[in-house]
Each structure stands twice: as structure tokens, then as C-alpha cells.
Design a protein around this ligand. Structure first.
Ligand code: FES
Ligand code: FE
Length: 435
């Protein structure tokens, strides 16, 4: 039944664990993923190593460290890092571990400091990671600091339009190449600001007891909304009136999904322009058209969710980062995006909309988390073995560059994620045999 493009469906999947190629199966008419990739702790550990320690991973936004001395801590996979801006304005991405005995050097999530002082024995590091001094210096030989060096930089760091990425792999394609065709959609996201400058606010954060890939799949899932969010949509319609209900009904089914190389993907709804009242929307579109032209302004303003594999979504009103904690636990940080140059009322309403609708404290976001937990629970029925992501497979079109285009409720984005997932997971030793 299945071709072998990615891997055949094993006859006895739970006993066949010979390799990751056997856990994603694609044929001309079906696309399946084995549920162990959501529930197996060994696979999760390999994901951290093979995905999060090899890919370009989003770590922070440059608006979080705007001034010299500003810093922000984060993780790449499980590895703690510091994003730091030095006195000359350059951004550094450093492993957050002391060269002495390994303590976390910076324990705060963000702040401004001229030095980082390790809390254990008081060693001092500068904002570019240099070792400025060891305490009680007499106990060490001449030239000790020079021989040891400072905080270890993350092997590769790159910034694209304010998004700061790090890669723990010293080699590989550049960030721009990695983003590939998805880069254009990063541009469109940034250009929601008439000045081309987006600033993120402090995050709303939450965790859920389910696998990280549910969040990765969900943001570009145009299929679930009218079912999962049915009651939320009814409630919001009551607040916003019939116009809102009609708009929601009319846009359902409109739009497209795209799957790119490297697991990036998106859901977009041409013809939509978000949730702003008509008069304010016109003012905002005029501001965008003044900077980018009327046609591009329409493209910029449409509803669009862009996923940059493996860990960040660029949404209309926020940036959402997910952190894998355990195979069945994920933390998510949701950052409101302030658009420089947009009318103040536009930003105010976008924030309000995020808070009461899309955020996990809002009416809609909670529904999705409930589904993630439900999937994690349902997949304990291990005997079922496989799930399907075949929706729209046969009608999906492919460009020469490999970009795939699907309908608004097709599972084109999810297939892009798992095509890349299996590519990364098969780059290494046999499943579960980490070095
Ligand atoms: Fe940092 Fe000792 S572990 S100074
Ligand atoms: Fe949803």
C-alpha cells in the first residue's frame, strides 16, 4: 500500500524500532506518523540532540536586548544560553555555564549588567563572554585566564529581521538559506509594522502536559478551528455581533497552506485583514500602503501563521516559542508584538485581541491546549499505532523548488514538518543509540 519514499509502515511497529525512517510513512494516497514519536521518551531525547542541537533554533528577539549591557537567558533544546549585547552594540550568544565548575552564570531571565558574576565562586565575565577575573587570584598560575578562555560561544549565531537564532552545530547552511522560501513570510510579518520594526513585549507563558510537536502542528492547522473553537467563536460573536460571525463563516475554507523545505510551513487566509474595525483598518492599510505599496499592504495584512521549524510561530499579533521539556511536557512563551509606526489604537486593539481571544488565558487558546492533552492521552492506546496526516495529499501541488501548496484545511504544513523531522532524525546512529 505504501511507497518507500520515506519509509514503509512496519508490520509490527512497536517491535520494529530499527530506525526513524520507519515511523513516518508516505504513499501517493496516505501519510502516516507513528504515535511513538509523541510518547516515547527515548525518541524525545534523540529529538533534542538531532533536531534542537543541529538546527537553527530561535532564541530571542533583538528588541529584548536593545541597549548595551542588556541580556536575556534562554535555552536551545536543554542547553542554557545567554543573549547579550556588548558595549559596542554587538549581540553575543553564549553558553550559560561557568568555565570553573559549570554553574549557571546568569540566573535572571533578563536585565542589564556590566558583568556577569558567577554565584558559586564569584568569577566575573564581560557581556561578550570574556573572563574578566577569577576570585582569590593567587591560587592560580600565571596566564591561567588566557589559557582557559571565557564563556563558550554558541557555535553559530545569526539575526534575521530582528529574530535571533542560534545553532549548536558549527557547520551547516546559513540562516538565510535555512529559512529559504519561508524568509519572504518573515519579511511580511515584520512589515506589519509600517516602519519595518517590531518589538516584542514580556511573554505570557504556560506549560502543558503533552508533546511539543502538538503545538508545532497546531498553529498552521486550518482544519480544527470550527470544531475545537466552536463555543469560543459563538461567545466572541456575541461580544462582537453578527458582523463578526458572518466574517468568520465567510472566511472558513478560504486560504492556503504551504509547506517548505526544512519543515517550515504556514497557514494564510487571503482576503482577510484581521480583527480591526473597518475605519481603523483603513487607516492602518493606508500607513502600510504608504510604505510598501497597496498590493503588498494587502498581502502583509492578511491573517497568516508562519512556523519556523523547530520552535517558533510568527502570528498576526504575537510571536510564540515552544520549549520541549519532557516527552509529555512543553512550555510555551507568547510575546505580544508591538508594531512601530502603526496607529496607537491598532496596537491597543491587537493586544486586547490577543489577551481575550488567542492567548492561553483567552477564549480560544485554551481549547487548543485541551486538544494537545487529549492527543497525548489518546495515544496511550499504543495498539492503534499510527495517526494520519493525509488530508489534501492528493491535491497538494509542488513547485520546482519543492514548496508544496495545499488548501486551507489541508495537512500540508504538518507533512512538511514530518518530512523534515524524519530527515533530521535519520542523520545519526540507530534510534536510541546516542553517543
Ligand atoms: Fe563559577 Fe565556581 S562555578 S565560579
Ligand atoms: Fe486553535
Amino acid at each position: 500500500m505504501f511507497d518507500t519514499m520515506i519509509g514503509p509502515v512496519p508490520a509490527t511497529p512497536h517491535s520494529v524500532h530499527s530506525g526513524y525512517a520507519g515511523l513516518v510513512a508516505e504513499s501517493a494516497v496516505d501519510f502516516r506518523v507513528h504515535t511513538s514519536i509523541y510518547t516515547d521518551a527515548t525518541i524525545f531525547e534523540d529529538e533534542l540532540e538531532r533536531i534542537f542541537e543541529t538546527s537553527w533554533v530561535y532564541v530571542a528577539h533583538d528588541s529584548e536586548v536593545p541597549a548595551p549591557g542588556d541580556y536575556r537567558t534562554a535555552v536551545i533544546g536543554r542547553q542554557p544560553v545567554i543573549v547579550s549585547r556588548d558595549q559596542q552594540g554587538a549581540i553575543h550568544l553564549l553558553l550559560n555555564t561557568c568555565r570553573h565548575r559549570g554553574n549557571v552564570v546568569c540566573r535572571e531571565e533578563r536585565g542589564n549588567a556590566s558583568v556577569f558574576r558567577c554565584p558559586y565562586h564569584g568569577w566575573l565575565y564581560g557581556s561578550s563572554g570574556e573572563l574578566l577575573g577569577v576570585s582569590e587570584r593567587g591560587g592560580y598560575s600565571e596566564g591561567f585566564e588566557q589559557r582557559l578562555g571565557g564563556l563558550v560561544p554558541v557555535p553559530r549565531m545569526a539575526v534575521y529581521r530582528g529574530l535571533i537564532f542560534g545553532s549548536l552545530s558549527p557547520t551547516g547552511e546559513s540562516l538565510e538559506d535555512y529559512l529559504g522560501e519561508a524568509r519572504e513570510y518573515v519579511d511580511l510579518w515584520v512589515e506589519r509594522s509600517p516602519n519595518g520594526v517590531v518589538r516584542v513585549r514580556r511573554p505570557h507563558r504556560f506549560s502543558y502536559h503533552a508533546n511539543w510537536k502538538f503545538q508545532a502542528e497546531n498553529g498552521a492547522d486550518g482544519y480544527h478551528g470550527r470544531y475545537v473553537h466552536e463555543s469560543a467563536f459563538k461567545t466572541t460573536s456575541q461580544f462582537q455581533g453578527q458582523a463578526r460571525e458572518e466574517r468568520r463563516t465567510s472566511v472558513h475554507g478560504i486560504g492556503a497552506t504551504r509547506g517548505f523545505r526544512n519543515g517550515h510551513c504556514l497557514l494564510e487566509r487571503p482576503g482577510t485583514r484581521g480583527e480591526l474595525p473597518a475605519e481603523l483598518l483603513e487607516e492602518y492599510l493606508e500607513a502600510l500602503a504608504g510604505r510598501y505599496g497597496p498590493q503588498r499592504a494587502e498581502r502583509i495584512a492578511m491573517v497568516r501563521h508562519v512556523f519556523l521549524f523547530p520552535n517558533v510561530y510568527l502570528m498576526d499579533d504575537h510571536l510564540r516559542v515552544h520549549y520541549p521539556i519532557q516527552v509529555d511536557r512543553t512550555e510555551v512563551h507568547s510575546f505580544f508584538t508591538f508594531l512601530e509606526g502603526a496607529p496607537a489604537e491598532v496596537n491597543r486593539l491587537r493586544l486586547k485581541n490577543l489577551q481575550w481571544r488567542h492567548s492561553q488565558a483567552g477564549l480560544i487558546g485554551t481549547d487548543d491546549v485541551e486538544m494537545f492533552i487529549g492527543c497525548q492521552s489518546g495515544m496511550q492506546a499504543r495498539a492503534a499505532g499510527w495517526i494520519t496526516l493525509a488530508r489534501g495529499l492528493e491535491s497538494e501541488t509542488q513547485t520546482d523548488s519543492g514548496e508544496r501548496l495545499g488548501g486551507s484545511s489541508d495537512e500540508t504544513p504538518q507533512r512538511a514538518i514530518y518530512r523534515h523531522w524524519v530527515h533530521l532524525m535519520t542523520q545519526g546512529p540507530v534510534m536510541g543509540q546516542r553517543g
